[in-house]
Ligand binder design. Structure first.
Ligand SMILES: Cc1cc2nc3c(=O)[nH]c(=O)nc-3n(C[C@H](O)[C@H](O)[C@H](O)COP(=O)(O)OP(=O)(O)OC[C@H]3O[C@@H](n4cnc5c(N)ncnc54)[C@H](O)[C@@H]3O)c2cc1C
Length: 239
């Protein structure tokens, strides 16, 4: 879904930093949108501060039992059931999670969007316009460009295709096929398979380079002596 969001503040990431900023901004009355692609609470709640301190608390408890002797109190050595320790860690996270939750932030009148945020620079968009990947946008009275849902969808398409390593020429062909309801899927498959062959060729090339370097590294003693087949190879005048 594409929609124009007109807000005072857009916060990317619902970790400790983003949550604090979004919560403060909303409480100051700023209209705020918070975008999170993963778990609300970020590192601190899910994999950092909270689980590590919960784990340390369990470790401290075991240590306290092991060292009661110094108080003149004898106790049997503790047995640690890691499954239950793990459950304790998950319970601690679950107890704090509501504080960082979508619901809490929506109650603070923050609009929470669960998605990956991405910036697209004007130069990138202009370039796509110049090479005909996207149509020139309509202009408002103040001459500002206005992009509609179709343009945003096209930009997403280009972004995903680029992430898969397709060239701009291929992307242009794929976009034409995407927009053509009468297309034959064989043409799309043909393009995809050509791209797979190109990737295979690059993988073979990189594998050969990797093996050549690994072989040189294998032959290098890697000690205090100066002899080094890697540098000899790089410095060779001719083959
Ligand atoms: C084991 C461990 C223990 C720690 N213990 C402590 C401690 O005791 N005390 C302490 O102060 N600190 C501790 N830290 C550090 C603490 O976790 C971090 O400093 C803190 O989480 C950083 O918060 P942040 O909001 O900057 O980033 P993060 O928590 O990493 O949050 C960033 C969020 O942004 C989201 N995001 C990123 N890019 C995008 C995008 N393009 N679109 C949408 N969402 C996006 C990510 O999914 C993530 O949720 C610990 C860290 C670790 C690893």
């Amino acid at each position: 879904m594409a929609a124009d969001l007109k807000v005072d503040l857009c916060v990317i990431g619902a970790g400790s930093a983003g949550l604090s900023v979004a919560s403060a901004a909303a409480q100051f009355g700023a209209s705020t949108v918070l975008i999170e692609r993963g778990n609300m609470g970020g590192e601190c709640l899910n994999t950092g501060c909270v689980p590590s301190k919960a784990l340390l608390a369990a470790a401290k408890a075991a240590h306290a039992v092991r060292t009661t002797g110094c108080f003149g109190v004898d106790a049997a050595p503790p047995t640690v059931d890691f499954g239950r320790v793990h459950r304790h860690v998950r319970d601690v996270i679950a107890a704090i999670a509501p504080h960082d939750s979508v619901e809490r932030f929506e109650n603070l009148v923050v609009q929470v969007i669960r998605a990956e945020a991405r910036f697209v620079g004007p130069r990138e968009i202009r370039y796509y316009e110049d090479i005909g990947l996207i149509r020139p946008p309509e202009r408002r009275e103040n001459r500002y460009r206005t992009y509609g849902e179709t343009d945003v969808q096209t930009l997403r398409f280009i972004y995903r295709a680029r992430n898969l390593g397709f060239s701009l020429k291929d992307i242009s062909a794929l976009l034409t096929l995407y927009q053509d309801r009468e297309r034959a899927s064989r043409e799309v498959k043909h393009l995809a398979l050509e791209h797979v062959s190109e990737l295979d060729r690059k993988i073979a090339e990189l594998t050969a380079i990797r093996n050549a370097i690994a072989d040189l590294a294998e032959r290098c003693h890697g000690d205090d002596r100066p002899d080094c087949p890697i540098l000899d190879e790089l410095g060779a005048t001719a083959h």
